[in-house]
Design a protein around this ligand. Structure first.
Ligand code: ADP
Length: 744
């Protein structure tokens, strides 16, 4: 307490007042001092108040009033809450003024600091780059919220400031936010949440907003919780993007599990391409093989894997499917692919189909491809062959036949029908029209040759035969020459058989006359030769004179040679007349070879013949004719290789066949001649052979004989090294093991 008394305003104060005067201040001088002398620095503030009390007797009250006083060695800003009241003298006059005061400097400065920091906080919040607000009190009244926050809420600032947050945003209720805020307000513990979905109504439409939250306690200087500072980040976009990614991944996992396996195991080229860039997601080996690429292309956009597609329409086609969802079918599409070290033109059937995710959105394209280059080229070739055939047909009155083994159709043109002597216009049949139209002597041979034509490995599809037709309806017998080609697919299956038939009756008649002549001359020669042979044999037994014996041996050799020659002509004429009949028997071919070698040794001198005899091998064949083939091979080897050189004979078991080989060390045969050696009367035009006798019928007869036994005949030859003539024959059926099936 402090008192001013009397006119002079003499001062009295108690001990409780003393601290207000500070250290080293007005105390003790102020005690009993005149007011005006004690407080010159503030007299202008306090005197009017004192005067007011003195004149009116009314008390005054001032709160947190700045009244700087001199203390602690300086003039200090001091805040006071104080009241002046009148103290009356005996006469009832105002004799003094009582001061009741306490200093509020600390409180005032504290409050000022708080106000300043609040103002700072507000401005910080308003400028923050994230959504922020301060909610005060237990009702979470929105004290301040920045633009981002009100945007997030979808409200106007004026609608929310000063309102409890859940009144301003009733749609935010019931999502766990009240509880979180209450807890922060009560406990002072920070609350954090990430990717929390909050449903809010913005402009009348319910939105789910994904938010990261931080609720922090908002405290005063003394640490008392005033409210909550809320910081919110709208991460809806990121969350949605993430969710979408997760969904795609999920779908891709489904792809992994099911579709991937389907693709990888597909028996055709198949792949899955994703997105606008057609990234290779899954692809099977067949597809990679078709492209001639390896697994490193997986995960790359198609154009990176196949840069050569640039400028070709196929990538665009895939993109169109991705956009439209419409399946695209390509039929024999021409595609250029860099394969096998060059840019290759290929033909493909393919299907591009949209690949959808579980929601039905198209996310990629499934491609199934099948290469048909072989077929396309074959059909082109075929077309050319057909055109050529038509052309030559017109030129030479050729009959034309065209058999489609896939469609099962057989087309014969009018000339072809004429040559077979049939007049009907309907479909021709194999049995009735073709086989039925063949001369009985040619039936077996021609049907066998045709069967072989359909086996690529046996004939290469080449068909070139002469036969007689009987003229089924008009009885007009003709000789025809038929030439054709069987076309095969990639699996070597016959698909088409096209050819022509030419009437050679006239030529043929010529041939017949020639054959008849040869047959007659040969026959006439045979009789004197047989007699001559008998005479030589007879004399050989009787004569011991060495000179004569030697001459007789020579004569014997020459007679044997001549006999062979003549029997060759006879066989030829018989063959030409279709009179060769096989007389099959089961025999050991190893034994037969040995016999032929022994016979040959009698007429050859100078050559060394070696035969590495194998185990017995049984065939069912015409023994005499097979012997003539072997002896023809041997006598050729002798004729066409230098004297003293070696001739080796081989006999091997080759699967279901036996292979007999005669190898010489002669000059060899040129590839161009090899093809023709087995033709009738063909002889290699070679000066070295000019002096060697022969007519070019031995190999022709041999080929015909082997052909009739369902065997093959051929030669391997190297110029300057020698030749190796061989033939194969089927082993006797009982000879092979039971597990093997004769499928010929
Ligand atoms: P030829 O009576 O003329 O010998 P072939 O039909 O037996 O009749 O043989 C046809 C042609 O094949 C022969 O003229 C010869 O040019 C050739 N030839 C056959 N065998 C051999 C061989 N071992 N070495 C070289 N050329 C051969």
């Amino acid at each position: 307490m402090f008192l001013w008394w009397g006119e002079e305003m003499i001062q009295f104060y108690n001990d409780a007042y003393r601290p207000s005067l500070g250290e080293d201040g007005k105390h003790p001088g102020a005690l009993g001092q005149k007011g005006k002398d004690c407080w010159p620095e503030i007299w202008h503030i306090i005197y009017p108040l004192i005067l007011q009390v003195q004149t009116t007797g009314e008390p005054t009250w001032s709160e947190d009033q700045l009244v700087p006083i001199y203390r602690n060695g300086r003039l200090e800003d001091v805040y006071w809450t104080f009241g002046y009241s009148a103290v009356y003298g005996e006469a009832g006059e105002v004799a003094g003024v009582l001061v009741v005061c306490h200093e509020t400097t600390e409180t005032v400065l504290g409050r000022k600091r708080l106000e300043k920091s609040a103002a700072n906080l507000h401005s910080m919040i308003l400028q923050a780059p994230v959504a922020m607000c301060i909610l005060t009190g237990p009702q979470h009244v929105i004290e301040v919220a920045n633009q981002r926050m009100v945007e997030l809420w979808g409200r106007a600032v004026t609608d929310v400031i000063g309102k409890p947050v859940f009144n301003a945003l009733p749609d935010a209720r019931g999502q766990g936010l009240e509880e979180a805020m209450d807890k922060v307000y009560r406990s002072g513990q920070t609350f954090e949440a990430s990717e929390m979905p909050v449903s809010l109504i913005r402009n009348g439409i319910a939105h789910v907003v994904y938010q990261n939250f931080v609720y922090q306690p908002y405290r005063d200087n003394d640490g008392n919780i005033l409210g909550i500072i809320a910081i919110t980040t709208d991460i809806s976009e990121q969350v949605l993007a993430k969710k979408q990614l997760e969904r795609i991944n999920e779908q891709l996992n489904i792809v992994n599990d099911n579709f991937r396996n389907i693709i990888l195991q597909a028996p055709v080229a198949m792949g899955l391409f994703l997105g606008e860039n057609m990234v290779i997601e899954v692809i099977n080996d067949s597809f990679l093989k078709l492209w001639d690429r390896d697994r490193s292309v997986v995960g790359k956009p198609v154009i990176e894997a196949l840069p050569e597609l640039e400028g070709q329409p196929y990538l665009q086609i895939m993109r169109d499917v991705l956009r439209s969802g419409e399946t695209y079918y390509a039929d024999q599409a021409k595609v250029l692919l860099a394969r096998h070290g060059r840019l290759e033109e290929g033909y493909y059937d393919f299907i591009n189909q949209a690949f959808r995710n579980n929601e039905g959105q198209i996310i990629g394209v499934v491609v199934v491809a099948h290469e048909v280059t072989g077929q396309v080229l074959a059909s082109k070739e075929l077309q050319t062959a057909l055109n050529q055939a038509r052309l030559s047909k017109e030129a030479a009155a050729l009959g034309l036949f065209d058999m489609d083994l896939q469609k099962g159709t057989r087309i014969w043109d009018p000339r072809c029908r004429e040559l077979f002597g049939i007049s009907h216009q309907g479909d021709v049949t194999y049995e009735r029209d073709f086989v039925g139209g063949l001369h009985p002597d040619d039936k077996e041979r021609i049907t066998r040759i045709i069967n072989n034509c359909f086996i690529k490995s046996v004939s290469g599809g080449v068909y070139d035969v002469e036969y007689r037709t009987i003229g089924r309806e008009n009885g007009g017998e003709r000789w025809v020459r038929a030439k054709g080609q069987v076309y095969f697919d990639e699996a070597d299956r016959p698909v088409r058989f096209i050819g022509s038939v030419l009437d050679i009756t006239e030529q043929k008649n010529d041939e017949l006359r020639k054959n008849d002549f040869i047959a007659m001359v040969s026959h006439e020669l045979k009789t004197p030769l047989t007699t001559l042979n008998a005479v030589i044999q007879l004399l050989s037994g009787k004569v011991s004179e060495p000179f004569v014996t030697e001459r007789l041996k020579t004569a014997d050799k020459q007679v044997k040679k001549m006999t062979k020659l003549i029997s060759g002509f006879l066989n030829l004429s018989r063959l030409e007349a279709g009179k060769i009949v096989l007389e099959k028997e089961r025999f050991n071919i190893v034994e037969l070879i040995q016999t032929v070698i022994d016979e040959q040794r009698m007429i050859i001198s100078g050559h060394e013949v070696v035969f590495d005899e194998p185990q017995p091998l049984f065939v069912s064949a015409d023994k005499e004719k097979i012997a003539s083939v072997i002896s023809n091979f041997m006598s050729n080897a002798v004729k066409y290789s230098p004297s003293q050189s070696q001739i080796s004979v081989g006999c091997d078991n080759a699967g279901d066949f036996v292979k007999v080989t005669v190898t010489d060390k002669g000059n060899g045969i040129k590839p161009g001649d090899i093809k023709r050696l087995f033709e009738r009367f063909y002889r290699v035009d070679d000066k070295a052979h000019a002096h060697i006798g022969g007519f070019g019928i031995g190999l022709y007869l041999s080929a015909e004989i082997i052909d009739r036994h369902n065997g093959t005949i051929g030669v391997d030859s190297e110029i300057g090294k020698g030749s190796s003539f061989y033939f194969t024959l089927p082993l006797a059926r009982d000879y092979y093991t039971p597990s093997k099936v004769d499928n010929r």
